[in-house]
Each structure stands twice: as C-alpha cells, then as structure tokens.
Design a protein around this ligand. Structure first.
Ligand code: FES
Ligand code: FES
Length: 158
C-alpha cells in the first residue's frame, strides 16, 4: 500500500499496511515520521493531528485503508507552505512550547484553522484549537496564531 505523505508517494512496509492500521502508527512505526505524537489513542488529545486533504484529522482514528487518493501532511511538511512557515516563526517568537509533546498537533490544527479562516477571532481560535496541553501553553498558542495571521495578512497587502 502506498500513501501520499508531504507530497511524496511512500510505500508502507509490511506490518504497517493492514487497512485497519491507524495512520498514526503507520507514520511513526512504518515510516519513522515521529513528529506526530501518540497521546491518548482515542481521538481526545489532538497530539496526533495531521492533515488529510487539507483538513486536520486525528491520525489515531484514521485507518490507512481510508486514504487511497488522499494527501496526508504531517508536521515534517508544515513549513513547506507560507501558512506553516509563518506559524513556525510565530511559535518561535512567542516561545510557545514547554515540554513540546502536544505542539506538533497544535501546529497542524493551527495551520488548518488559518487555511480556512485567515483572520480568526478569539472565538474561532477557541473553537478550532481543541488540542490538549498538559503544560498550559494555551495563551501562547492563541497569541502565536494571532501573530501568524497578522503577518500573513500583511504579506497579502499590495
Ligand atoms: Fe490521537 Fe490523542 S493520540 S487524539
Ligand atoms: Fe507540554 Fe503542551 S507543551 S503538553
């Protein structure tokens, strides 16, 4: 079985190619893309968030057999576009991570938000950012999303 990951066709090795295999484990164990984290395994924490056809998805709940013809993007591919690159800069500027464990999922959720809603309100951010952070980085996450949105809006001006 092959998947489209970060713009490349990647063959899943034996052991990761059962159609019922959660994408999270295929990424981490089959393809060594360990930036996507395993938190709860039941769709609650968001640590495993990736994009499937541009939409944030919790990869612990996505069987690889459902991904034929779809494009998966992981944290390793985040900075390949302007939204991801802006978020990466904002995360650094605001020193968002503490332990860092939840941050891949936070960034992927934030990238999905800014793709849908370039200038999100505080309510938009709260609605989109349902990821859990044991270190309590929520205020810095919100501030960094605002900074990235402002930078991107500025870059769009003629
Ligand atoms: Fe997937 Fe927690 S590991 S939502
Ligand atoms: Fe530690 Fe979020 S930075 S869990």
């Amino acid at each position: 079985m092959e998947l489209s990951i970060n713009g490349e066709r990647r063959a899943l090795p034996s052991g990761s190619d059962d159609p019922a295999m959660p994408l999270l484990f295929a990424l981490r164990d089959g393809l060594a893309l360990t930036g996507t984290k395993f938190g709860c395994g039941i769709g609650q924490c968001g640590a495993c968030t990736v994009h499937v056809d541009g939409q944030p998805q919790r990869s612990c709940l996505v069987p690889v057999g459902s991904l034929a013809g779809k494009a998966v993007r992981t944290i390793e591919g985040l900075a390949a576009d302007r939204i991801g690159a802006a978020l990466q800069r904002a995360w650094i500027a605001h020193q968002v991570p503490q332990c860092g464990y939840c941050q891949s999922g936070m960034l992927m959720a934030a990238a999905g938000l800014l793709a849908r809603t370039p200038r999100p309100s505080a309510a938009d951010i709260d609605a989109a950012m349902t990821n859990l952070c044991r270190c309590g980085t929520y205020p810095r996450v919100r501030a960094a999303i605002g900074s990235a949105a402002a930078e991107l809006a500025g870059a769009r001006r003629p």
